[in-house]
Design a protein around this ligand. Structure first.
Ligand code: HEM
Length: 343
């Protein structure tokens, strides 16, 4: 009972920790909960208004689902790699199925939350949306341009335009006639630079492209279960599944680039520019290097400890095919061992 409560506390603390970090970030996208005096100084703060800003619910939901999605694909990819090397026993199949199922369920949910978030950006951060969709001038019937880039003369070069789709996705009720604000809709000093626009657009393509690929992989897995009552075990599926961990991390990082670079030149949207917030302290390099070295050391240590544990586990014979960490006991005699493995 005690262990169960401890586990629940860890899950709750993890979720609340992630939500608080994202609340701070979403406040930078939708700053509320404070009052400024006539000289622009903060005179009153309402912490509840700060935490529960308008961007928080969707941004936090998107990041939480991303965490389950990335966690699931990362774990599954390790088992898929082992299955590709011929380890097809029950332990590996089960390890794969539990993790991949979590990620496969999270993927369509993430696309739904992402779609709602994109509509929030369309309404509340139009210049970020213009960068995402590569829209230099305000217009209706805006295409969804896959790849391509913005030139310094304000024209879009290359890419594959899907006619009217960006307008339609922005507001399906008004369809192709939905007006999308362009980068020209904000004063010149408040616009992102051409290279920032291109970074945001490419990151958007990467996040949505990989999200769609992972969704198709999840669909393949789900359909095989539905039709054949087993997971797909062919080489093509396992190779993609082995890559899914890395691909999902890339999608997540691309998402953060969309959020952060898409807000440029603001650090606090509409209130403070990055140039006014950046420190003039030249000593930050020392703390930056110290933190980088610390995290590298922690990362290397974690890998070495895990490898050591894995070797010890194999030397001890690993799980045999009858046992499984979370499965029902094969025989009453095997029960105590299964209990041990789940603890
Ligand atoms: C496939 C459809 C997807 C859509 C339509 C979508 C949409 C969006 C949008 C509009 C933003 C910018 C939010 C803002 O600046 O306020 C964003 C950010 C983000 N995306 Fe996605 N996304 C999708 C898939 C994914 C996937 C598959 C992942 C992760 C594996 C992911 C992870 C993130 C993260 C971590 C952020 C930054 C933090 C946040 O807003 O929570 N997205 N996404």
């Amino acid at each position: 009972m005690g262990t169960f409560l401890d586990r629940r506390t860890i899950v709750l603390a993890g979720i609340l920790g992630a939500v608080s970090v994202v609340a701070a970030n979403s406040w930078m996208n939708a700053p509320t909960g404070f009052t400024l005096d006539s000289s622009g100084r903060v005179v009153a703060v309402d912490p509840v208004g700060v935490i529960f800003n308008k961007a928080m619910p969707l941004e936090a939901a998107h990041m939480l689902v991303a965490a389950y999605l990335v966690g699931g694909f990362m774990i599954a990819s390790v088992y898929a790699g082992a299955m590709l090397r011929g380890r097809r026993d029950r332990y590996h199949r089960l390890g794969f199925v539990i993790a991949f199922t979590v990620a496969a369920v999270a993927t369509p949910v993430q696309m739904g939350v992402g779609d709602a978030l994109a509509r929030w950006v369309y309404n509340d951060q139009p210049e970020k949306f213009a960068a995402i969709e590569l829209v230099p001038q305000t217009s209706s019937d805006v295409p969804e341009t896959l790849l391509g880039k913005l030139n310094s003369n304000g024209t879009v070069q290359g890419g594959i335009p899907i006619p009217g789709l960006a307008s339609w996705l922005s507001d399906p009720a008004t369809g192709k006639s939905t007006v999308v604000k362009g980068i020209d809709s904000v004063p010149a000093g408040d616009r992102p630079t051409v290279s920032e626009v291109n970074i945001v657009h490419l990151s958007w393509d990467i996040m949505v492209g990989l999200g769609t690929l992972l969704f198709l992989l999840s669909l393949w897995y789900g359909l095989t279960w539905a039709l054949r009552r087993r997971m797909p075990t062919n080489r093509a599926f396992l190779t993609l599944a082995a890559a899914s961990g890395l691909l999902s991390v890339i999608a997540m990082e691309a998402g953060w680039v969309v959020t952060e670079v898409g807000r440029q030149p603001w650090i606090v949207y509409g209130y403070m520019k990055v140039e006014d917030a950046a420190t003039a302290n030249t000593g930050v390099w020392i703390t930056f290097i110290a933190v980088t070295v610390l995290y590298l050391a922690l990362g290397v240590t974690a890998i070495l400890v895990l490898r050591g544990m894995s070797r010890r586990f194999r030397r001890a014979g690993g799980f045999n095919d009858v046992e499984s960490p979370y499965g029902p006991p094969a025989s009453p005699a095997a029960e105590p061992q299964v209990e041990e493995a789940t603890r």
